[in-house]
Design a protein around this ligand. Structure first.
Ligand SMILES: *Cc1c(COP(=O)(O)O)cnc(C)c1O
Length: 641
């Protein structure tokens, strides 16, 4: 970047690939702050994330914080339903769209309330996969036109609850995941004297690809094979209950990266549907499950953190492939159900963390490399390497330097070289590495070894959050999540860093980031300033990440802020609700501790020291109060300096 060509927010949009993963919801304002466009329109309302940060700080809320943008949630539900409805109309398709939101993607009550509220405008319902989820959808899906779909393995109680739902007027469909469930359904239905409506989940032979491809194929955990589906039909016919079977379902995995796999699944599914109709099953609903992926890494490719299609492409394929196959076979068009979860929820929430410091494992020290006759051979060798290093020989020099460093360590253990000599070798080794990284900065092709060196040697920005709580997929399956500084986006980021969280776990780090040419091993960031907080946002955490987080190191749930757009307000937003995250006593109680008891133990010991005259009474009271205050406080780092 030269003087004539200063860094602009345009450069930041590109560096952090914001338009490619942001779906139009995110942008940068004139002051270089990251903003939310709830209407996907930079000319419409703009919510400045820094303003929201300032407002919650005034309330005394501590970081990390989840920001939940309810307008984005509503907008995604609207987009899914309207695109389906428009495509159905355009294709002259005879069925309707009646989708369901699978609540496992994010079960938070406020999320469900928002989705069912906007869902009232459409035939949009809920899906459950376990008993607690079933209890939830029965209470919260009150849209009389919409479906309540029940997946997952079921016991008697599950089926009784489902039929309770039918009795109070919910349009409940029980999806048979394994053949034996039908016997339980029949027996409970007879006992309760309620007619169930059932669906059948098929195991497709098409593999979906991506990280969840095990959900399909012959050995999948859920669903009936083709012979089993035929058994089910025969069984229902024998019992004169074939009219119960109204839905055909498949779900081949989440985050399907490649549209070709989706087309294959739809084709196989549609063929099964037409055949089942021919066999007399009165199926009215064709349920394509979930699987619509998110462009997490911005590549728009079939990499596992991305997709090579858009939601519009997906919907077009569902409607047209189904229509074509039905028409070819003169089969009536069914209603279309999708259980799209990730694509609904991912964009609406993010985690804001404050960077509280940085570490560099290899500080750049100056070492004299002038040859000296008294030097041991190993020192002579590494000094020579350091002097000879240039753009052409860096790979050879790097290899030799690695050998010398290893030799130095062995020599040290054997007592052949002393601590000072070891220090010279190590310092020169890291000097050489750092210089190689600088040399290869602008090179297009850099050997893998050197590339990973760059990530190892980069600064580590220490972020106040737990990867295991807030971005479990980044840890478990190397999912890339967009990470962007919240401020200074009109300033050139002059550092490259990796991120470390505050868990005592060496896995608590992020060293895969999105970049304009695919994945990168470091994140471009700005220098930290003494008197100014630096905030990073982890985006697209609304699907699964929000709710799968675990208690590693007992950090627990985050403070949460619910933000709504208000065009009338000068800031374009208002905070509707603040939900406090876990306190230390909350997480301790989950682990069976009694925080009152713990406070008592500390108090007894303090009192003892007071009696012994080792602590002054006034000081003792302060210490007990301080322990009590900490146990009711937030689990993460406090930003008070
Ligand atoms: C998880 C799941 C979904 C949601 O899938 P997404 O990929 O998040 O859209 C839908 N249906 C079933 C049966 C599921 O298990």
């Amino acid at each position: 970047m030269t003087q004539n060509n200063p860094w602009t927010s345009e450069d930041s949009l590109n560096t952090y690939q914001i338009p490619r993963w942001g779906e139009g919801y995110f942008g940068i304002n004139n002051s270089g702050n990251l903003c939310v466009y709830p209407d996907k329109n930079p000319a419409g309302p703009i919510m400045n994330i820094k303003d929201i940060i300032d407002e919650v700080k005034k309330e005394g809320l501590e970081f990390p914080i989840v920001f939940r943008f309810h307008d984005i949630l509503r907008s995604q539900v609207k987009k899914l339903n309207e695109t389906f409805n428009e495509t159905i109309k355009e294709a002259n398709f005879q069925g309707e769209y009646c989708g369901v939101y699978p609540i496992k993607v994010n079960q938070l009550r406020e999320v469900i309330e928002e989705i069912t509220d906007i869902g009232m405008d459409y035939r949009y319902g809920l899906e459950a996969g376990s008993k607690p989820e079933l209890l939830t959808v029965l209470a919260y899906n009150k849209n009389p036109r919409s479906l309540t779909i029940l997946n997952g393995y079921k016991d008697r109680e599950y089926i009784e609850l489902a039929l309770l739902g039918r009795q109070i007027g919910r349009d409940v469909i029980i999806v048979v995941e394994k053949l034996s469930e039908i016997h339980t359904i029949m027996s409970v239905a007879a006992e309760m004297n309620v007619e169930p409506v059932i669906g059948v989940r098929a195991k497709l032979s098409t593999k979906a690809g991506g990280k969840w491809s095990e959900s399909s194929g012959d050995f999948a955990k859920f669903g009936l094979s083709v012979p089993e589906i035929l058994d089910l039909i025969q069984l229902l016919k024998d019992e004169d209950k074939l009219h119960w079977l109204k839905l055909f379902h498949f779900h081949v995995g989440s985050q399907i990266p490649d549209i070709r796999m989706i087309k294959e699944c739809l084709t196989e599914g549609a063929r099964i549907y037409t055949n089942l109709r021919e066999l007399g099953a009165p199926i009215e609903y064709f349920d394509v499950g979930g699987g619509v992926g998110i462009n997490y890494d911005g590549t728009m490719s079939n990499s596992s953190s991305s997709t090579n299609y858009t939601l519009d492409d997906y919907i077009g394929d569902v409607v047209y492939i189904l229509k074509d196959i039905c028409d070819l076979n003169n089969t009536p068009h069914p209603n279309i159900v999708s259980e799209t979860g990730r694509a609904i929820a991912a964009h609406h929430s993010c985690v804001i963390t404050n960077v509280f410091g940085k570490i560099n494992l290899t500080d750049k020290r100056v070492v004299d490399t002038t040859p000296n006759d008294k030097d041991k051979l190993i020192i002579k060798k590494i000094k020579a390497l350091s002097t000879e290093l240039n753009e052409k020989n860096y790979q050879d020099i790097y290899n030799d330097a690695c050998i010398i460093k290893d030799e130095a360590i062995s020599g040290f253990k054997l007592g052949l070289i002393n601590l000072t000599e070891r220090s010279i070798v190590e310092s020169l080794y890291w000097n050489i590495c750092n210089r190689i990284i600088e040399m290869t900065q602008d090179e297009e092709y850099v050997p893998d070894e050197i590339r990973s060196l760059k990530s190892v040697l980069a600064d580590k920005y220490l972020c106040n959050f737990s990867l295991f709580q807030s971005a479990p997929d980044a840890w478990a399956i190397d999912q890339i999540l967009p990470i962007v500084p919240i401020t200074r986006l009109n300033e050139q980021p002059t550092n490259e860093c990796t991120l470390a969280d505050i868990t005592c776990d060496s896995d608590g780090k992020i060293n895969h980031f999105l970049g304009s040419d695919g994945n990168r091993s470091t994140l471009p960031v700005h220098d930290l300033k003494d008197k100014e907080e630096y905030y990073l946002g982890l985006f697209l955490t609304g699907a699964y990440q929000d709710i799968m987080g675990d208690m590693h190191n007992l950090f627990g749930r985050l403070n949460e802020v619910h933000v709504y757009c208000d065009d009338e307000d000068p800031t374009d937003f208002y905070i509707e609700e603040i939900i406090k995250g876990n306190s230390a006593s909350d997480v301790l109680e989950i682990m069976q501790y009694n925080s009152k008891e713990m406070c008592k133990i500390i108090k007894v010991d303090v009192d003892k020291k007071i009696k012994e005259g080792k602590i002054k009474p006034r000081r003792g009271v302060k210490l007990t109060d301080f322990y009590e205050k900490s146990i009711t406080g937030y689990t993460y780092l406090s930003s008070e300096k």
